[in-house]
Design a protein around this ligand. Structure first.
Ligand code: AMP
Ligand code: ZN
Length: 150
């Protein structure tokens, strides 16, 4: 199902040009126009979903199945020192295009200034009991997941 106002559905349909890296029945991969680092690639399902929350398991399975091969192809091509694979969900997490996508961002030690993120280590703020309580709260809602059976 495609959404006519979705820029990534338009890319899949060929209505908007893209630098295609790979395509098959389920998945489309193309260069991110922003090229945070050289080879920065987006991998998207052909089925339109807004983000990870509304993505059925079978769509995720097809998508993830191809990511290692694409990552290896980028690695073989440019020999980066590392690679980040990122997925942003909702505005608060920097999602700007609302069609599920994964960023494959090769990292180059010599010239990595254009990519940055930091996160704090809050290990000291939690006891093992605190952690287990959080884990239990999340676990309870695994059974309440409506998309789980698909
Ligand atoms: P996000 O912030 O995770 O939603 O990422 C959306 C990404 O889509 C950004 O990195 C944009 O540079 C990229 N993007 C937006 N429009 C296009 C386009 N027409 N072709 C390629 N990449 C695009
Ligand atoms: Zn779409």
């Amino acid at each position: 199902m495609d959404h006519k106002d979705c820029i990534f559905c338009q890319i899949i349909n060929g209505d908007i040009p893209s630098a295609k890296v790979y395509e098959d029945e389920h998945v489309y991969a193309f260069l991110d126009i922003s090229q945070v680092t050289k080879g920065h690639t987006l991998v998207i399902p052909k089925t339109h979903t807004r983000n990870i929350y509304d993505t059925p398991g079978d769509v995720a399975k097809e998508l993830f199945e191809r990511i290692p091969q694409l990552a290896r192809a980028i690695k073989m091509t440019y020999q980066p020192d590392g690679m980040n694979i990122l997925n942003n969900n909702e505005k608060a997490a920097s999602q700007t295009v609302f069609h599920l996508h994964f960023h494959l961002i090769p990292r180059y030690l010599e010239s990595d200034n254009s990519f940055n993120f930091t996160w704090e280590n809050n290990t000291d703020h939690y006891t093992l009991e605190d952690l287990q309580n959080i884990a239990n709260d999340i676990h309870l809602n695994i059974d309440n997941d409506n998309l789980h059976s698909s």
